[in-house]
Design a protein around this ligand. Structure first.
Ligand SMILES: NC(=O)c1ccc[n+]([C@@H]2O[C@H](COP(=O)([O-])OP(=O)(O)OC[C@H]3O[C@@H](n4cnc5c(N)ncnc54)[C@H](O)[C@@H]3O)[C@@H](O)[C@H]2O)c1
Length: 261
C-alpha cells in the first residue's frame, strides 16, 4: 500500500454529500484537497466553504473552485488550480453527478442528455483535463463515483443507470490505456446514501423533510444483508483504499452493504 500523505486531490461535486465524505477521508489520510463544484449557486458555495473549513480543521490545505464538469475550460482551470496552489496533482475523483427519477415513458430527451452530459461525458472530461499533470508526474490515481445502479436495472432510472454503467466501462478502458504510464483508474459503487440527490428523489414521493433520512435507512435495512444505509464516510474510506492500493486498477468497489451481489 502506498503512503498518500502530502498528496493533492481534486474532487468534483466535492461541496457536499459523497464528495464531502471523500474530501474528509482523504484529508484524514493527509491529502490536500481542491474541490470543483457549482459555486455560482449560493447554497453550493456555502456548502463548499464549509467543507473547506472542515478540511482546514483537520490541518489540510483546501480550496474550492467554480467548475461545471460540462465545461472543458472550467476543468482546465480546476486542474491548473491544484498545481498552481498546492504544487502537484496526484488524485482525481470525478464524483459530480445528478439523478432525477423519471419513468421511461415520461423521460424527456433533454433530461436523458443532461444526465449523460454530467455523469458520463463529465467524468471523461474530468479525467482528460487531469491527464497532462498526471502524465508529467508519471503517477496518479483516478477514482470515479459510479453506482450499483450501473450493475443492474432500476425502475425510473433508465438514463441514470446507463450513465453509470458507462462510467464502469470507461474505468476499465482507461485503466488499460493509462496503467503503463503509472496512472491507476478505479471507481466506487455507492448503494444508498442520504444526500441532496436522495433527498430530492423522496420529494417526488411526498416524503416530509424530517422523515427522509429515517425512511431511507429503514428501506436500506430491509434490503441489505448488513442492515443499514451507507454514509459519505463509507465512500471516502473506499476511495482512500483505492488511492493506497498500488496494484489495483480497472476495478469497481461495491460499497452497498451487500445490496447487490
Ligand atoms: N446518494 C446516493 O445514494 C448515491 C448512490 C450512488 C451513486 N451516487 C453518486 O454519488 C455522486 C455524488 O452524489 P451525492 O449523492 O453526494 O449527491 P449531492 O447532490 O449531495 O452531491 C452532488 C454534487 O455534485 C455537484 N454537481 C452537480 N452537477 C454538477 C456539474 N454539472 N458540475 C459540477 N458539479 C456538479 C452538486 O453541486 C453537488 O455538490 C453522484 O455521482 C451520484 O450519482 C449517489
Amino acid at each position: 500500500m502506498s503512503d498518500i500523505t502530502g498528496q493533492v486531490a481534486v474532487i468534483t461535486g466535492g461541496a457536499r454529500g459523497i464528495g464531502r465524505g471523500i474530501a474528509l477521508e482523504l484529508g484524514r489520510a493527509g491529502v490536500d484537497v481542491v474541490i470543483g463544484d457549482l459555486l455560482s449557486i449560493p447554497d453550493i458555495a456555502a456548502d463548499a466553504a464549509e467543507t473547506v473549513a472542515m478540511l482546514e480543521q483537520l490541518g489540510r490545505r483546501a480550496t474550492a473552485v467554480q467548475c461545471d464538469v460540462r465545461s472543458e475550460d472550467d476543468l482546465e482551470t480546476l486542474m491548473g488550480s491544484a498545481v498552481k496552489l498546492f504544487g502537484r496533482l496526484d488524485i482525481v475523483c470525478p464524483n459530480a453527478g445528478i439523478c432525477n427519477l423519471s419513468a421511461a415513458t415520461e423521460l424527456s430527451v433533454e433530461e436523458f442528455r443532461r444526465t449523460f452530459d454530467i455523469n458520463t461525458l463529465g467524468m471523461f472530461l474530468t479525467v482528460r483535463a487531469a491527464l497532462p499533470a498526471l502524465l508529467e508526474q508519471g503517477h496518479g490515481s483516478i477514482v470515479a463515483t459510479a453506482s450499483i445502479t450501473g450493475l443492474r436495472g432500476t425502475k425510473e432510472l433508465v438514463h441514470y443507470a446507463a450513465s453509470k454503467a458507462a462510467v464502469i466501462s470507461m474505468v476499465q478502458t482507461l485503466a488499460l490505456e493509462l496503467g503503463p504510464q503509472g496512472i491507476r483508474v478505479n471507481c466506487i459503487l455507492p448503494g444508498t446514501v442520504f444526500t441532496g440527490i436522495s433527498a430530492a428523489q423522496m420529494d417526488k414521493h411526498g416524503v416530509p423533510d424530517e422523515m427522509k433520512e429515517q425512511i431511507l435507512d429503514q428501506v436500506s435495512a430491509g434490503t441489505t444483508p448488513l442492515g443499514r444505509m451507507q454514509t459519505p464516510t463509507d465512500m471516502g474510506q473506499a476511495v482512500v483504499y483505492l488511492c493506497q492500493a498500488d496494484n489495483v486498477t480497472g476495478t469497481s468497489i461495491n460499497v452497498s452493504g451487500g445490496a447487490v451481489l
